[in-house]
Design a protein around this ligand. Sequence first.
Ligand SMILES: Nc1ncnc2c1ncn2[C@@H]1O[C@H](COP(=O)(O)OP(=O)(O)OP(=O)(O)O)[C@@H](O)[C@H]1O
Ligand SMILES: [Mg+2]
Length: 379
Amino acid sequence: MSIHKEQIKSALAHVVHPVYEKDLISLDLIQDLIVQDKYVSFTLEMPRKDDELASLLQKQCTQAIHKFADKDAVLDITIGINISRQRELEGKGDAPENQKKAPEPQEQILSGVKNVIAVASGKGGVGKSTVAANLAVALSQSGAKVGLLDTDIYGPSVPTMFNVTERPDITTKKKLVPIFKHGVHLVSMGFLVDTDQAMIWRGPMVTSAVKQFMQEVEWGELDYLILDLPPGTGDIQLTIVQTVPLTGAVIVSTPQTVALDDARKGVAMFSKVNVPVLGIVENMSHFIPDDQPEKKYYIFGKHGARNLARKLEVPFLGEVPLREQIRETSDSGTPIVAADPTSPAAIGLKEIANRVQQTVDIQNRDGQSGEKIEITIRP
Ligand SMILES: Nc1ncnc2c1ncn2[C@@H]1O[C@H](COP(=O)(O)OP(=O)(O)OP(=O)(O)O)[C@@H](O)[C@H]1O
Ligand SMILES: [Mg+2]
């Protein structure tokens, strides 16, 4: 007897993704299913190359089909890398009427961008730009097309962190061409606006400059656009997050109480405008001296941001130690995940990038934008 497609689908509905904790059919991870007699072929989609997970899933799919559909089925399972696109988000929440997001034209401008992720914090100097730069580079190292927009007009970081000294090109359509470095398409307010001059700008001037920036950049096709936000949760930040169709936000905090109070405000700001918080990153979680790498000093307190994430019921994305090498690599223009990819700090940052990617993917596939998402991270 030949096998039916429906039998295969119901067999695969028994396979639970070990990271997303949902079955492969509900997650819409099975594509191009072909069934002919005893021959079954399909593509299993993943957001990035992960051989270990791929072979585990292939094995589980084969077992499930043999058990629930046909023990003689002959399988041909291909792994396809496909970064999912952000779903349409619901209305932008209960923001004041005059601040509600206009649906166009910005959305059309970013129509080639699959996911827009804001990196924010309540407090200044906690490492947003460091996390944003390394997140962008790590995502590009995993095979994604990535852009980074530094929206901090008062204190842009991208020119230093990526050592950009040249001015970007302008297309014939008068659009700005991002500068490509360490695998990332970069645009910074600092490329065009003199920081000293911007210091005297008032809030509305800043927000209109940021909006203009987003419209007038030739981003092209991107899997992820990372926005490095200025510190705080004021009007400028609120306008930015409502101007762009955000997939979600990553909140960076250091472990001490003053930073955590502000991180809480950051989470509240995104909830207010219905932007999902993808999770909290704890930066400078502990100090590791270069000459004593086995020592850990919890100079800002222990696990503050981790505990805050638990309290606020948002995912904890990981911790980044305070290390001289992170500051040095940023200051010299090559983020640590590119400068020293096998260092423990770079590995930690790459794990954070993987978690962001997984959280975004499950959110997109689940269609649960705006709701709390729990994922289990494989060790
Ligand atoms: N984990 C770390 N270890 C060592 N130095 C770090 C770490 N994280 C950030 N720094 C350094 O701390 C300084 C502030 O970091 P960064 O510019 O990323 O913070 P920020 O939150 O973006 O600041 P701002 O609020 O001004 O935008 C930088 O010099 C950076 O290199
Ligand atoms: Mg910054």
